[in-house]
Write a protein of this length. Structure first.
Length: 492
């Protein structure tokens, strides 16, 4: 029993390697100094956190002992949840320090910007018109890496016995190749290929190279940080909007489904239930939103459709780019965007929200329940849905897990909306919109999130972003494990 208890604590070796990785990621924005003039204090702002994190990580690795290979699997899973929680909290702190050291933001605002970046949310308290290229790149790079996740990035360089547990604990459920190493490399190759193509497409559409790179990173990660205060609306270009839509849809699509498409298996791709459901939602929501905007906000139907097309896809994909503000929008159109943000993107993608598959399963479960009520009790039937890997049965266990998640998600959404009304002193619709954006890791705002937002309101939104990005049960399980360890340590 003593051996097991000693094996439960977080692997120091793994933590040390992660600290080194965070230091290296923090140092990457310094490369912009090769192309743009350095602003006062920027070298220290990034160099100090990067250097301290790398040196600390080396020290921890030096002192670390090898991980016990005989740890029972349930304890390995607990340990994985704790490490994922540690990884995200540590990464957020390192990502926030440059903003503080360069006196760009206070500590709470810096944490908010870092959380928004790593969770690929896109809500911001920065005035991007007054921020240097180094910090703009830092924000975009956080979103690009955050789309993959800390553990996925780390698995590129470090693979051990715990790697699969860690990847699963971070919410990456699909295996694209026979082993984890090949799966991670394949995902990163796809991600990087789309980044190169997106950057080139933006450049051909008229963006400068720097803006092209940042927007491609943030669109693929469904993040939404922009180099312009007006976001994509700054460019007033239908071509740039179309490129952004394509990248947002790529980012919100399951990596396993994307692999089918890249291999030319179009029929299998279109047969995936999640893809069909995505098309059905867009086919219904875009015309409806356009009609509401045409009747109450804009004069031209083509212009209303163009705006609705972009904004609905941005909300559903949880990307957070925008072409217009929402102050003059009718409440019905705002409600439709809230609904899109709550639904969210695909499972196994960079998107947030409830996820398309869960909403689809809930609707299928409702449909089957109503159908069974009108058939004899002796009737036996099975329902299936199609994943990229093939047909999967919709059993009671799957529906129970999905129902619990959806119920928990809405409890958090209602609680967060209430807290945001209290802390931001805003209306119900404003709180519903911005907390749906935070919890769904979207990044759209109706106007209450910005440099003047109270610190308590930012903390509420940060909690929502973390819960939304890390999947609720994973984060709560990690918190519970840490709490039990602290309790045990105190009672000794």
């Amino acid at each position: 029993m003593k051996m097991i208890k000693k094996a439960i604590p977080l692997s120091a070796d793994l933590a040390g390697k992660f600290m080194i990785l965070c230091g290296l990621l923090c140092a990457v924005p310094l490369l912009t100094g090769l192309f743009f003039p350095l602003q006062p204090g920027e070298l220290e702002a990034f160099g100090i956190p990067a250097g301290v994190s790398i040196l600390t990580g080396l020290g921890v690795c030096w002192q670390a002992r090898a991980q016990d290979p005989d740890v029972p699997r349930p304890l390995q899973i607990q340990k994985s949840g704790s490490f994922v929680l540690f990884a995200w909290l540590y990464g957020i702190l390192i990502g926030a320090l440059p903003f503080v050291l360069a006196s760009r933001l206070n500590f709470i605002q810096a944490l908010f910007e870092s959380v928004s970046g790593w969770t690929t949310t896109g809500l911001s308290v920065l005035d991007v018109s007054e921020v240097s290229p180094m910090f703009l790149f830092h924000r975009g790079f956080m979103q690009y890496c955050g789309g993959l996740g800390f553990v996925m990035v780390m698995t590129l360089f470090v693979v051990n016995r715990q790697s699969m547990n860690l990847v699963l604990a971070e919410g990456h459920s699909d295996q694209l190749a026979p082993n984890l190493s090949r799966t991670v490399r394949l995902i990163c190759l796809m991600y990087t290929t789309f980044l190169a193509l997106g950057t080139a497409a933006y450049r051909l559409a008229g963006m400068n190279v720097f803006d092209s790179l940042i927007h491609a990173m943030c669109a693929l990660s469904t993040g939404g940080f922009s180099t312009r205060a007006q976001s994509i609306g700054y460019y007033q270009s239908p071509l740039i909007e179309f490129i952004t839509v394509v990248l947002m849809l790529i980012g919100t699509t399951n990596f396993a489904a994307l692999l089918l498409l890249m291999r030319g298996q179009v029929r299998k791709f279109l047969a995936v239930s999640e893809i069909r459901f995505l098309g059905l939602i867009l086919a219904a929501a875009i015309p409806l939103t356009a009609l509401v905007l045409f009747c109450a906000a804009y004069t031209g139907l083509p212009g209303s459709f163009r705006i609705a097309f972009f904004e609905v896809i941005s909300a559903l994909s949880t990307s957070g780019f925008s072409t217009v503000g929402y102050v003059d929008w009718p409440q019905a159109a705002v409600f439709l965007l809230i609904l899109m943000m709550l639904i969210g993107g695909g499972i196994g993608s960079t998107a947030g929200g409830l996820k398309l598959t869960r909403v689809y399963l809930m609707l299928r479960g409702l449909s089957d329940h109503l159908r069974r009520r009108g058939t004899p009790r002796q009737t036996v039937s099975c329902s299936f849905y199609t994943r990229p890997q093939g047909k999967t049965i919709i059993d009671q266990k799957l529906l129970e897990g999905t129902s619990c998640f959806v119920f928990c998600y809405f409890l958090i959404y209602l609680g967060g909306t209430f807290l945001l009304m209290l802390t931001a002193n805003c209306t119900l619709i404003e709180a519903m919109f911005d907390f749906a954006s935070a919890l769904g890791t979207v990044g759209l705002s109706i106007g209450i999130t910005g440099p003047a937002t109270p610190a308590l309101a930012l903390i509420v939104e940060m909690a929502g972003m973390l819960l939304g990005r890390l999947e609720i049960f994973i984060l709560l399980a990690g918190i519970r494990t840490v709490f039990l360890r602290l309790k045990a340590a105190i009672c000794r």
